[in-house]
Design a binder for this molecule. Structure first.
Ligand code: NAP
Length: 298
């Protein structure tokens, strides 16, 4: 990457906003598109160009980065007369950092290959704080040479890149990591609910965990405030983890692999989603667990 690419960033949500800001801070020429235009105002104030459509953005950039919700959102920004794909030209590159399914990633990789567009499959590990601090772990799929070529771009958003193999290996690795995150979250919520059911202050759980080096997990500390205050401002919205749990189960089913704990976590998250908690942090599952205890609903 001798000449820095002109970057077009699509998706200025919790993660994408921070990642695009870090690219701008690192000195890249960043232009943006977001479905809800108000989210682009701070970028316009920074001197970034704001495109009216994904197609217009793709036309003004060498590298398009997508960080949107899910496959439906990817379709909305990629397809159709105003989509990115309509402006694909040989020599361009697409870096998808949204978490989608491996099947979706593979189809996108094929589409890019046919169009002569370099494709990188790079979902991320790390939540809002890591995105803000450029401390994400980037799970990279695609051709190794392409991942290496765009290393300075990845470096501006993350602390480390783990190369997983050809697409959709980045997405596959992401699902494995999120399986752990989903289970850690529900483990913490269940422990807190069990503690309260036994008359314990859940703060004791965090205190004891903190004294045990083998259990003193940074992720637990990230969710500590939510669990103790029963407040769930979104860092990782529940709706996104529910989507990912479903991708995990679908992938496992292809190999007749049973994931009983993940299946139970998916059911709990679906219940939470159906309670109207989709936009809250995934730690909100605690609210559903505590319903029989008569805890206040968030
Ligand atoms: P978010 O805050 O919900 O933002 C989602 C983004 O997607 C917004 O820019 C939204 O646009 C856009 N979008 C949604 N539906 C769309 C549609 N139909 N057409 C066009 N744009 C659409 O999500 P996030 O937390 O940043 O997560 C983004 C991706 O990263 C997800 O795939 C998530 O699973 C993954 N991820 C999240 C975390 C985390 O901790 N939050 C960590 C790792 C990976 P609007 O502004 O118009 O709504």
């Amino acid at each position: 990457m001798s000449i820095p690419p002109r970057i077009g960033f699509i998706g200025l949500g919790i993660m994408g906003r921070a990642m695009a800001l870090n690219l701008h801070k690192a000195g890249f020429k960043v232009s943006v598109y977001n479905r809800t235009r108000t989210r682009t105002i701070e970028f316009a104030d920074l001197g970034c160009q704001v495109a009216a459509t994904p197609r217009a953005l793709a036309k003004m950039c060498d590298l398009v980065i997508t960080m949107v919700a899910d496959p439906a959102a990817m379709d909305a920004v990629m397809e159709g007369p105003e989509g990115v794909a309509s402006a694909f030209a040989g020599g361009n590159a697409l870096l998808n950092m949204s978490t989608v399914s491996p099947d979706y990633t593979l189809a996108l990789a094929k589409k890019c290959f046919t169009a002569g567009v370099t494709f990188l499959d790079c979902p991320v590990s790390g939540s809002k704080g890591a995105a803000e601090g450029a401390q994400l772990v980037i799970l990279a799929g695609g051709e190794r040479a392409a991942v290496d070529r765009y290393a300075p771009v990845l470096k501006a958003m993350g602390r480390e890149t783990v190369y997983a193999g050809p697409a959709p290996a980045g997405t596959a690795l992401k699902l494995c990591l999120n399986l752990i995150v989903a289970q850690l979250t529900t483990a913490l919520a269940e422990a807190a609910a069990l503690g309260r059911a036994q008359g314990l202050d859940p703060a004791l759980i965090f205190e004891a965990l903190g004294h045990n080096p083998a259990l003193n997990c940074g992720y637990f500390n990230l969710k500590k405030e939510n669990i103790l205050k029963r407040e769930y401002p979104p860092a990782f919205p529940l709706k996104h983890m529910l989507k990912d749990a479903r991708f995990m189960l679908a992938e496992a089913a292809k190999s007749s692999l049973d994931l009983p704990v993940t299946a139970a976590v998916e059911r709990l998250m679906a219940k939470s989603y159906n309670s109207g908690y989709g936009d809250k942090d995934l730690s909100v599952v605690l609210a559903n667990l505590e319903e029989p205890l008569g805890a206040r609903k968030e």
